[in-house]
Design a protein around this ligand. Structure first.
Ligand code: CIS
Length: 209
């Protein structure tokens, strides 16, 4: 069975509001995936994503009825924090988490679209580099860009990556990519909705770390 389809994102309602509890439950399955990638460099990324999720969950649990959507959290923090906002609390954690989610979206879409380095068809560096350049690079100074280059060298082979997405089972590449495409439908809509919310609320920042 596909790891992705075991933990699918749900279809959004017509107003495209993202349910906080469902969102947190779904993204909580992402960090453990890094353990199958086989290099300690991924533990830095795992811990960053875990930290984001933990921070958003801590705010949500203070008042689940009030924070039923992600937008309710971001708006409540805007009203509570004045000039510090949006570089604060769950608003900041979600700002970074959505960038990691966009990275995953572009990487998976690129694989599903069959983009590959014809000279090295079993490498996924072209797909990873595309995702990095579009989702993260502009938010990274040279030290973090160096971590990226190290992670790129430690990236799994395409065949091993697809196998990990299939829970270690031998699944035909076409079947695995079909699962990826199915997973991407609601996933992409959700990530787009979070980006749109940040734009509409003027909550996006472009500083680099
Ligand atoms: C397959 C190989 C992939 C290679 C990936 C290379 C990626 C790029 C490497 C960049 C290194 C990043 C190291 C961390 C940098 C952080 O400094 C930076 C800024 O952090 C933020 C905090 O998050 O800083 C803020 C202050 O300025 C705050 O401290 C904030 O924390 S807060 O607010 O919570 O306190 N962070 C980043 O730049 C984000 C980096 C995200 C990188 C995401 C990379 C994802 C790679 C995924 C590869 C695997 C894809 C597999 C696809 C799906 C698997 C899912 C399986 C489970 C299914 C679940 C269903 C959903």
């Amino acid at each position: 069975m596909s790891l992705l389809l075991d933990n699918p994102f749900q279809e959004l309602p017509p107003d495209r509001a993202v349910d906080t509890d469902l969102f947190l439950e779904t993204v909580s399955h992402i960090p453990s995936f890094f353990d199958c990638l086989g290099s300690t460099v991924f533990s830095v990324i795992k811990s960053d994503i875990n930290g984001n999720i933990t921070k958003i969950r801590a705010v949500y649990l203070k008042d689940p009825a009030k924070y039923v959507t992600l937008q309710a959290i971001v708006e409540a923090e805007r009203d509570a924090h004045g000039a510090q906002w949006p570089k604060v609390g769950a608003t900041l954690a979600l700002m970074w988490l959505k960038r990691g989610l966009r990275f995953i979206q572009i990487l998976l879409q690129s694989l599903a679209d069959g983009e590959r380095d014809e000279n090295n068809p079993n490498l996924i560096r072209v797909n990873i580099t595309k995702a990095y350049e579009q989702a993260l690079k502009k938010y990274h100074g040279w030290i973090v860009q160096k971590i990226f280059r190290t992670a790129l060298l430690a990236a799994p082979y395409r065949s091993n990556f697809l196998k990990a997405l299939s829970r270690g089972e031998e699944v035909k590449e076409e079947d695995c990519l079909a699962n990826v495409r199915q997973f991407l439908v609601n996933y992409t809509v959700t990530v787009d909705a979070i980006y749109e919310m940040y734009t509409n609320l003027n909550a996006e920042l472009d500083y680099a770390v």
